[in-house]
Design a protein around this ligand. Structure first.
Ligand code: FE2
Ligand code: FE2
Length: 331
C-alpha cells in the first residue's frame, strides 16, 4: 500500500491532538487522530502513539496498544513490554499490550509473555496464553504460507486486522465456500467455540471463522458465546460484532451494554460495536450510558467514541481517520 506523505508540521499537529496538549480536545477527536497516525504506518507515527501511555484514560491507552500491535513493527515491542510489566496499569491496557505482542509475531516475545501466564489478572493470563499461541502459529508452516499469501499484491483481505487468532484453516482467507455456509459446518464451529475444554486459541480460531462466514446463523452462534465465564472471550465476541456490523447482533449487544453486572471490558466493546452498526435503535442506549452516573468510566468513554462513530457512519465523510484533513484545514 502506498504510504501517505505528511509534513512535520502536520505530524506535530496530530501529536498535539492525540496527546491533548491544549487540554481542550474531545476524546473522540483524539481517537480519530490515533487512527490517522495508525494509517501512516511510519516509525515517527508509532513513536507519537507510544507517547500517549502517560494518559489517564484506560480506553485511550488500550487503543494505543492495539494500534501499535497492528503496525507489526518489532521496534514498538519495548513500549508494549513496559505496559505489560506495569502491574499498576489497568488490566485492559495490559491485556491489549500482550495481544499486540502476539500480533507482531516475534518468537523472542514468547519468553517475555511466559512470565504473564501466572499474572494476578485473569484477562492478562489468558491473553498471554493466546499471544504465545498466535506467535507459534505465525512461525508455523501454515502461518508462514499464509503470511506470504497476504503479502501478495493481488491479495484482498476480508478483514484487514491482525486478530488474536487466525480463522480455522479452511476459512483463513478468501470468501467462504458454499459448504462453509451449511448448517452442519456452522454448528461444528459453534461447538468448538463453546467448548471450554479446548485451548482458548482453538476457540478463537472458530470465532474468527464464524466472523468470516458472517451470516445470521453465524451471528447467532457467536452470540451464544456471551454466556461464557471469560470476560476476555466475551469482549472478543463483541469486537467481532463490531467488525461484522450485522444489525442481527444488535439485541445481544444492547443486552451486554445495559448489564451493569457485566465486565466493563465487554461492555466497552459492545458499545463500540453498536456505534459502528449505527442504526437508529442503538442511539438511546449509547446516549443513556454516556450520561448515567453508575456507568464505569470505560463504558462512558466508549459511548462517547461510539456516538462519534455513529455520526461518521451516518455522514458523508470520506473516512473515519480524518484527523489529517482536520489539521490541514486548521493550518
Ligand atoms: Fe482487547
Ligand atoms: Fe477494545
Amino acid at each position: 500500500m502506498a504510504s501517505i506523505s505528511v509534513s512535520s508540521a502536520e505530524l506535530a499537529a496530530l501529536e498535539a491532538t492525540l496527546l491533548n496538549t491544549s487540554g481542550t480536545v474531545a476524546l473522540h477527536d483524539r481517537f480519530r487522530a490515533l487512527f490517522t497516525l495508525k494509517a501512516l504506518k511510519t516509525q515517527e507515527a508509532v513513536e507519537i502513539i507510544a507517547k500517549g501511555f502517560q494518559d489517564e484514560s484506560a480506553l485511550l491507552k488500550h487503543e494505543l496498544a492495539y494500534c501499535l500491535g497492528q503496525s507489526r513493527k518489532p521496534s514498538v515491542l519495548p513500549y508494549l513490554q513496559d505496559v505489560l510489566a506495569n502491574v499498576k496499569e489497568d488490566p485492559m491496557v495490559r491485556h491489549e499490550a500482550a495481544e499486540a505482542m502476539g500480533a507482531i509475531g516475534e518468537m523472542e516475545s514468547i519468553h517475555f509473555l511466559e512470565k504473564y501466564l501466572h499474572d494476578d489478572n485473569v484477562s492478562v493470563r489468558e491473553t498471554a496464553e493466546l499471544a504465545i499461541d498466535r506467535i507459534k502459529w505465525d512461525n508455523s508452516e501454515e502461518g508462514k504460507r499464509h503470511l506470504k499469501e497476504t503479502e501478495a499484491d493481488d491479495f484482498i483481505p476480508t478483514y484487514t486486522s491482525i486478530d488474536p487468532a487466525p480463522p480455522t484453516s479452511g476459512l483463513l482467507s478468501g470468501a467462504p465456500k458454499p459448504q462453509d455456509l451449511s448448517h452442519a459446518s456452522i454448528d461444528a464451529l459453534k461447538t468448538k467455540l463453546l467448548d471450554t475444554s479446548l485451548p482458548l486459541f482453538d476457540r478463537y480460531r472458530a470465532m474468527f471463522a464464524l466472523r468470516n462466514i458472517g451470516n445470521a446463523e453465524a451471528v447467532d452462534a457467536l452470540a451464544a458465546g456471551f454466556a461464557d465465564q471469560s470476560a476476555l472471550f466475551k469482549h472478543e465476541i463483541a469486537f467481532v460484532f463490531g467488525q461484522l456490523l450485522s444489525p442481527h447482533s444488535i439485541p445481544c449487544l444492547v443486552k451486554v451494554l445495559d448489564d451493569n453486572n457485566e465486565s466493563e471490558m465487554v461492555r466497552h466493546e459492545a458499545a463500540e460495536a453498536l456505534g459502528g452498526i449505527a442504526t437508529p435503535e442503538v442511539l438511546p442506549h449509547l446516549r443513556e450510558w454516556l450520561k448515567r452516573e453508575d456507568a464505569p468510566r470505560v463504558v462512558r468513554e466508549s459511548c462517547q467514541v461510539a456516538l462519534d462513530m455513529y455520526e461518521y457512519e451516518n455522514s458523508d465523510q470520506f473516512q473515519y481517520a480524518n484527523a489529517l484533513e482536520t489539521v490541514q484545514a486548521a493550518a
